[in-house]
Design a protein around this ligand. Structure first.
Ligand code: FES
Length: 261
């Protein structure tokens, strides 16, 4: 081997660093906060799904909406319908859990968040991961993350139903504080949903001439603005849905009972 070949082979190798990282900042702070935030959401969601105080006229808790079984109280059913009939006796939230859950689980931003905070793969930039091998999302089960775009369509339906719930509560006289909480939550969820990378691609991903598609260009511009804040909307809507859900349940339980609650 000539000296030049040996040098170029050495250059191709990864730098041999014995410590896990050379970073001296508090790089672990972001994954630690992310871990705590997502864990809180999982624990709350698990409790909420099985809690029975999900409806108090005119509010329905977002974790249990849409309510599609006969076991749902009359006013809680979406358009008064119960397509799942009598045979379904489990909590109504379980029926629809997979739609928003699948959407968030496969979201590009959340993937980064939980790969870093839960799997430490890697925990932060320039910090070595504990796993010896990296296969990315090229094989099962992670290749299934590609179904995200289909969850996007279903998530639009859920976002619109939550908006409908909020508007229904708002037109109820007198409109209580809960109506506004539900409305803010629905708005944040729609901002998160329409800021999805798949939505951006759908609006104008394959266009080569924006000038020939002014409407799609306008839509793409708007979606791009939401997309630039996707991480912020991901967190804001995660907390807003927990707050709105808890608020409705506390009103239903009688814990919150001030006038115009
Ligand atoms: Fe986050 Fe689609 S990329 S919701």
């Amino acid at each position: 081997m000539t000296q030049t070949t040996a040098e170029s082979a050495a250059r191709k190798q990864r730098a041999q660093i014995r410590v896990r990282t050379l970073r001296t900042d508090r790089w672990w702070l972001a994954p630690a906060f992310t871990f705590a935030g997502l864990l809180l959401f999982l624990i709350y969601g698990f409790w909420a799904i099985f809690d029975k105080s999900y409806f108090v006229d005119p509010y329905i808790a977002p974790f249990s909406s849409p309510c599609l079984a006969t076991s749902c109280p009359e006013g809680a059913r979406l358009f008064g319908l119960a397509p799942f009939g009598d045979w379904y006796t489990l909590p109504p939230g379980i029926l629809i859990l997979g739609l928003p859950g699948g959407f968030r689980l496969t979201c590009y931003y959340y993937r980064k968040a939980y790969y870093r905070s839960f799997w430490l793969s890697p925990p932060a930039c320039a910090v070595a991961e504990p796993h010896g091998k990296y296969t990315g999302e090229t094989r099962l089960p992670l290749i299934l993350q590609n179904i995200h775009r289909y969850f996007f369509y279903l998530a639009i339906v859920i976002g619109l139903i939550l908006t409908y719930d909020a508007v229904l509560a708002l037109v109820h006289k007198p409109a209580g504080l809960g109506s506004w909480i539900l409305l803010v939550n629905a708005a944040l969820i729609l901002c998160y949903t329409f800021g999805c990378h798949s939505c951006r691609h759908i609006t104008a991903g394959r266009l080569t001439h924006f000038s020939r598609h002014p409407l799609r260009y306008k839509a793409w511009t708007l979606v791009s603005k939401l997309n630039a804040r996707h991480q912020q909307f991901a967190w804001a809507s995660l907390f807003s849905v927990m707050i709105a859900d808890l608020y409705v349940r506390l009103v239903a339980m009688g814990v919150i009972n001030f006038p115009f609650a």
